[in-house]
Design a protein around this ligand. Structure first.
Ligand code: HEC
Length: 215
């Protein structure tokens, strides 16, 4: 009995190792970075390039840390609190894949499988917006398509709209929002709010602008 058990344990260990080392730059990671990172991390972009295997490997540990701590890609808002577009943040599975890749020694794998550079990244089409509104209470019915943080003192702030009937519409939960990466968050659908609606922030002094559709 004993040798068999030992063998099984060994086989398991070998398998676990295999799964770890199976994540490669060419097959998995180059695709993930292409979709989630290189819009900023490229030559001529806003941050150092992560377009090639060599560039990514030389920063492998940093990359694992940044995605584990959910600092990258910077989105700055909590998923699912309100209905926002263009959320490029990684799923738990994607984060684990990156970590497995780094733990496995950041292997390149078969270069012929790699995502081909140069990449053409279409910037997400942002709806045009019109006037900007900020205040505490709506004096007239209004429709908004986006929200933009203005003064945010803490890195975690929830903003909601309270209609005159008392019902609450979550607008955004800024979480680890870093003013270094300012951005406008677009709602998936235009939001109509009646006169008398109050805009309420969980932190005193926090302000946002709400953007109306372009005319
Ligand atoms: C919206 C643009 C943008 C996207 C998308 C983005 N980054 Fe970054 N990233 C930056 C900028 C700008 C910096 C430099 C920050 C600074 O100067 O402090 C940075 C810094 C980093 C750093 C080094 C500093 C740190 O915080 O650890 C790592 C590692 C990193 N990014 C990895 C990634 C990875 C991996 C992805 C994709 C999963 C990604 N980034 C997506 C803009 C972006």
């Amino acid at each position: 009995m004993k040798p068999l058990v030992a063998l099984l344990v060994l086989a398991n260990a070998a398998m676990a190792h295999d799964i770890g080392s199976q994540v490669t730059w060419s097959r998995e990671i180059s695709r993930l970075t292409a979709r989630h990172c290189v819009s900023c991390h490229r030559q001529g972009g806003s941050a150092f390039s992560l377009e090639t295997f060599e560039q990514a490997r030389s920063r492998a540990k940093e990359i694992a840390k940044a995605v584990l701590e959910r600092r990258m890609p910077p989105f700055g808002a909590v998923k699912g609190f309100s209905d926002l577009r263009d959320d490029r943040s990684l799923t738990q599975e994607q984060i684990e894949m990156v970590v497995l890749w780094v733990q496995g020694g950041a292997p390149q794998g078969d270069p012929s499988l790699a995502w081909k550079t140069p990449l053409k990244i279409a910037a997400p089409a942002e709806p045009r917006t019109g006037a900007e509104w900020s205040g505490a209470q709506l004096r007239a019915d209004r429709t908004f398509v986006a929200i933009r943080p203005k003064t945010i003192g803490s890195d975690s702030v929830r903003i909601v709209a309270q209609r005159p009937d008392g019902s609450i519409e979550p607008l955004i939960w800024l979480y680890r929002y870093d003013p270094k990466f300012p951005r406008t968050y677009y709602f998936r659908k235009p939001l109509r709010l009646p006169a008398g609606t109050k805009i309420i922030a969980s932190e005193p002094g926090a302000t946002v602008a709400l953007l109306e559709p372009a005319r």
